[in-house]
Design a protein around this ligand. Structure first.
Ligand code: FAD
Ligand code: NAD
Length: 404
């Protein structure tokens, strides 16, 4: 019988964890495995707020995919997926095409702009290494220009963050750490820097424990962040943003708007001709697309309901990596014709939100953490994801060990 061909799209948390598992589970003679990714490196999406603010060396955030895969079992193709043609079991790439027997889609999410005018054109997003680099360089450039301007513009040092979810808050934590360094480097008075976070909901970190949210807000406010709560960004222009609170509309002038207000599934999946909700596919419990026996979607592109709260699980690395484990087992069962597939069961260990390198809040195994213990836990989590993919070697190379 001909060997089955497994194609995995995306080398993020979902795709790379699937590969690592599959190359352990399957022998080289059992299947042909192909991994496709835009870049020849994986980046830790969960560290992008640091790369964006410039509080971590960007090289620390990435590692080469070649160092992770077993080239006897997995062929790596560096290319960009353009289209998935499920009728003909084909993936169209920028530079070619691939056929598959089993497909795993792990190409993640894109920023959700909710159709708000001007955001796509004028705002920055914390999405990948490229966008993180743009933010980091742009912020530093504003300080450099401001320090030399004959008539310094206040909006040059006004930084707006749209959304006070986990991404917005974690970025703010890094930004308040970075700003004093930039002020020193460019001889700028820190009093001239404004950091404004605009959040549409009635609270920062909606849905999170109030006591912990209060702690985070008070810590960030002390470091200069101004929160505008129950205030929605309604437009972004080259000069700044328009916000709406009740019936009142206000303009905030800023040359730096970071949009961190959520994600939707990758449009490539939306264009496949299957039902999506905000670009995510409600997959079956075995992680396959309804009606598609040979296509799995995992990570941010998938949607599953958390029965305990009757809401979809939030798109997180934690879920993506857990799904990958089930997905690899299920593909192995299909390749070996072993019948019944396993249902995915999430095991949510908690959530930690950093507030810079040495501070954080979190709920872990039901326990509330704040300050140093939470920051310690955040680094443990960061190191754990390296360990799952690359073992102790990768942790030693890229891990976070400075705890204070
Ligand atoms: P990704 O990790 O985004 O990987 C997608 C991969 O697909 C990338 O390698 C990308 O290059 C590749 N790709 C995309 N499009 C194409 C294409 N067309 N062709 C080829 N390749 C493509 N979650 C947590 O659980 N804990 C955290 O602490 C946490 N912190 C976060 C901090 C930040 C700043 C952000 C932005 C998110 C954070 N998240 C966190 C959420 C988490 O990062 C995502 O849920 C997770 O990355 C999803 O994994 P994924 O594999 O689906 O997608
Ligand atoms: P999110 O959806 O969690 O939060 C987005 C925030 O933007 C919400 O609070 C929303 O009210 C606000 N918002 C929406 N429209 C707005 C508008 N027009 N104006 C102002 N505010 C607006 O999105 P996120 O923070 O990008 O996170 C995405 C996913 O990644 C989530 O699942 C999150 O849990 C996960 N994540 C986890 C961590 C962590 O565990 N440490 C860190 C970052 C992200």
């Amino acid at each position: 019988m001909a060997k089955k061909k497994i194609v995995i799209l995306g080398a993020g948390y979902a795709g790379l964890t699937t590969i690592v598992r599959l190359q352990k589970l399957l022998g080289a003679n059992e299947a042909d495995i192909v991994l496709v990714n835009k870049n020849d490196y994986h980046y830790e999406t969960t560290w992008l707020h640091e790369a964006s603010a410039g509080t971590i060396d960007p090289n620390r955030v990435c590692y080469q995919i070649d160092n992770i895969i077993d080239s006897n079992k997995v062929q790596f193709v560096q290319d960009t997926v353009v289209e998935i043609d499920k009728e003909n079991k084909k993936v169209i790439l920028e530079n070619g095409e691939l056929t598959y027997d089993y497909l795993v889609i792990g190409i993640g999410a894109v920023p959700e702009t909710f159709g708000i005018q001007g955001l796509a054109e004028h705002a920055f997003t914390i999405t990948n290494m490229h966008t993180a680099g743009k933010i980091r360089e742009h912020i530093e450039e504003q300080f450099a220009i401001y320090s030399k301007e004959a008539e310094p513009k206040a909006e040059r040092l006004t930084f707006v963050v749209g959304g006070a979810g986990f991404t917005g808050v974690e970025f703010l934590g890094e930004l308040v750490q970075r700003v004093p360094e930039l002020c020193k480097k460019y001889n700028v008075n820190i009093q001239n820097v404004k950091i404004i976070c605009v959040e549409a909901a009635p609270t920062v970190l909606p849905g999170f424990d109030k006591d912990l949210v209060d702690y985070a807000v008070s810590k960030l406010e002390k470091k200069g962040v101004e929160f505008k709560i129950q205030t929605a960004i309604t437009e972004c222009t080259p000069e700044g943003i328009l916000v709406k609170k009740g019936d009142e509309i206000e303009e905030i002038k800023s040359l730096t708007v970071i949009w961190a207000a959520g994600v939707r599934g990758n449009p490539i999946v939306e264009n496949m001709g299957i039902e999506t909700m905000r670009g995510r596919v409600k997959v079956n419990l075995d992680l396959r697309v309804p009606g598609e026996e040979n296509i799995f979607i995992i990570g941010d592109g998938s949607l599953m309901i958390d029965e305990a709260v009757n809401r979809p699980y939030p798109p997180t690395a934690q879920i993506a990596m857990q799904q990958a484990v089930t997905c690899a087992k299920n593909i192995t069962a299909l390749v070996r014709d072993q019948g019944q597939l396993e249902n995915f069961k999430a095991d949510i260990k908690g959530m930690v939100c950093s507030l810079g390198h040495n501070d954080a809040i979190g709920l872990v195994f039901g326990k509330r953490l704040k300050g140093t213990p939470a920051a310690f836990m955040k680094k443990v989590i960061d190191n754990r994801s390296l360990f799952i993919v690359g073992g102790p070697g990768l942790v030693m190379k890229k891990g976070k060990f400075k705890f204070l």
